[in-house]
Design a protein around this ligand. Structure first.
Ligand code: AKG
Ligand code: FE2
Length: 598
């Protein structure tokens, strides 16, 4: 076993990274020898780990080469507060990074109870070594322990959720449960629930496995007029998905169970919930408002009504990953007979406390519930609203998906052109015509990752656009739609408004983002057309092709984007007919965004 002489200084001045640091610190304190399996590191980087006999310094060097790929994991200090349990933990000195694994199956997870306090470990205090599978860390320092743990206890207690909950339901598909149980336990520990609270991991209904006969047996009916073909909303112009059906049914069953067991207050979580680490759950205890349903996290779709500094009456909101029901809430939900007209559960709940945009849904559910929500989310969801696709299971570039909460900042730093982030777009914008703009928005890494995910998922479609068929895939299928919309709203929209000097508000739920693939033998070109959009953005993802180019015949313009990350923006209708010239060789990938307003 080789000892590491490398300077290992993972000390930070930031008061935010305390959680992992102090956890590890604590661990080291109590176990002068720490063993951490590197299994997952090897799993993840298997192809690239040439030899398992490298010592950790060599590993460090290897990892450095992959830095681009993994540096979103290199969680910025201030981001640790939102960080999910990492499957890789990073120690950094000023020069390099070393990745140590927290195997989710490893017992170390149990020690990862979030703690608060601030420690510094000087590099002399810590020795690490690695024999190919095991990292051994040794601490030789005397650290005053008492102060810390007392402080930690006090701090934790102050933030404890004490709502007289009787049960917590965690809805999880069996596969997810088996895979993530330690992670779930870990996240659950943030609430510091009292021992008497029953924790029930509820086997979610897998919508893909349930048959019509099963539904009949259960007395369950799906609302059969969900799909409105002519609707412009992507949620409404398609059938309810199997995933949504399973999810709705699972929530319904949980409500029934809570009712049968006569629980008067239950917390309901979906398996991918992730509490905000320093959330103060004790504030929940002091709610003076009446409520049936209390959201701990959601995605608001319209304006909330402020009740106090901490509480709001929610406007229409999506997501059902974390909410509390009391007995009146449970009764009211059951009274709706939701199971006889199932719709996606996060369309159903808001229909009961806000004005659902669809009249038929409003008519379907007349009951009203009194909903309340925390002004800021205390619990997030790590697969976001894209979760209906099984993106998590088969991801090549995890960093692409680490884009919620405070991860967003490091995501942007990793993938977006800093000139755009800094608001200096005027340095890089070219105007082809008055209303045709181009500028580098993303970097090549983003483009490479997206192509790689798209080819990996490989759910290309050819029949989405009837008249002008493109070989394409919605970003939703890739699980990237939310982040892409966010980036458009945050960085692109202000540029368009400024450059074109007119005002509009995008409606993300009407917009559409999709990746297109052109090949000589399969959809080599696209005939002249108008887009069904107010504004179209076309992102160049690669340049390994010959030919192609976007043509605007009325302006006698042919624009060939060949710089991955560059976008072309133009009005969609009336004035800007366009088409795409054939790809002669290679493959051409772009992301097209049809941006629509209300
Ligand atoms: O491939 C291009 O450059 C244009 C694509 C396009 O116009 C579209 O997808 O609507
Ligand atoms: Fe187009």
């Amino acid at each position: 076993m080789k000892k590491i002489e490398n300077k290992l200084d993972w000390v930070s001045q930031s008061s935010y990274e305390e959680n992992y640091l102090s956890t590890l610190k604590n661990f080291i304190l109590h176990n002068s020898k720490v063993k951490i399996s590197l299994q997952t590191v090897e799993d993840i980087f298997q192809q690239r780990l040439e030899s398992t006999n490298q010592n950790i310094i060599a590993l460090c060097d290897t990892l450095k080469e992959w830095e681009l790929e993994v540096d979103a994991m290199q969680i910025e200090h201030q981001h640790l507060e939102f960080a999910p349990l990492p499957s890789i933990l990073i120690f950094t000195d000023s020069e390099s990074s070393i990745f140590l694994n927290y195997d989710k199956k490893n017992q170390l997870v149990d020690l990862l109870d979030p703690v608060f306090g601030f420690y510094q470990i000087s590099l002399e205090d810590l020795k690490l070594s690695w024999d190919g599978t095991i990292v051994t860390a040794e601490s030789s320092s005397d650290i005053e322990e008492e102060d810390y743990s007392e402080k930690e206890k006090r701090y934790k207690l102050q933030r404890k959720m004490n709502m007289n909950l009787e049960a917590v339901y965690i809805i999880a598909l069996e596969g997810e449960k088996n895979k993530n149980i330690d992670l779930i336990k870990h996240h659950l520990s943030y609430f510091q629930l009292d021992n008497q609270v029953k924790v029930i991991v509820w086997d979610a209904v897998d919508g893909n496995k349930i048959s019509d006969d099963d539904l009949d047996l259960l007395g369950v009916k799906v609302y059969d007029k969900w799909k409105i073909t002519e609707s412009q909303s992507k949620w409404y112009n398609r059938e309810i998905t199997a995933g949504e059906l399973g999810c709705s049914l699972s929530h319904w069953m949980v409500w029934e169970d809570a009712f049968n067991k006569k629980y008067s207050k239950v917390l309901i979580l979906e398996e991918d919930f992730i509490p905000v680490i320093d959330a103060d759950f004790s504030l929940l205890n002091k709610c003076d408002f009446e409520w049936d349903l209390m959201y701990l996290g959601r995605t608001p779709k319209e304006k909330d009504k402020e009740l106090s500094n901490f509480w709001v009456k929610p406007g229409f909101s999506y997501c059902t990953h974390a909410y509390i029901l009391n007995n009146t809430g449970i009764e009211k939900l059951l009274k709706t007979r939701f199971c006889e007209k199932l719709i996606p559960v996060d369309e159903f709940l808001p229909a009961l406390y806000s004005n659902h945009p669809r009249n038929d849904i409003r008519d379907l559910f007349k009951e009203e519930i009194n909903a309340i929500a925390t002004y800021k989310n205390l619990v997030n969801q790590y697969s976001g609203h894209d979760s209906t696709t099984n993106i998590k299971q088969n991801v090549k570039h995890e960093s692409l998906y680490l884009n919620f909460g405070a991860f967003q900042k490091s995501w942007e730093k990793k993938y977006i052109n800093p000139v755009i982030i800094d608001g200096n777009e005027e340095l890089v914008i070219s105007k082809e015509e008055k209303y045709i703009l181009r500028f580098p928005l993303f970097n090549k890494l983003f483009c490479d990752h997206v192509i790689s995910e798209a080819e990996n998922i490989n759910k290309w479609m050819i029949d989405r656009h009837k008249n002008y068929p493109t070989n394409d895939m919605l970003l939703e299928v890739l699980g990237l739609n939310d982040i892409y919309n966010r980036i458009i709203n945050k960085y692109v929209l202000p540029i368009i408004l400024k450059q074109w000097k007119f005002k509009f508000v995008l409606n993300n739920s009407l917009s559409e983002n999709f990746i297109v693939r052109y090949k000589p033998d399969q959809q080599a070109y696209l005939a002249i057309h108008h887009d069904f959009s107010l504004v179209t953005m076309n992102l160049c993802l690669n340049n390994e092709f010959d030919g192609a180019g976007t043509v605007f015949p009325d302006y006698e313009k042919k624009i060939v984007l060949k710089e991955p990350g560059e976008v072309l923006i133009h009005p969609g209708r009336i004035s800007h007919r366009h088409g795409a010239l054939p790809v002669k060789d290679g493959k051409r990938y772009i992301i097209v965004s049809f941006l629509r307003d209300n």
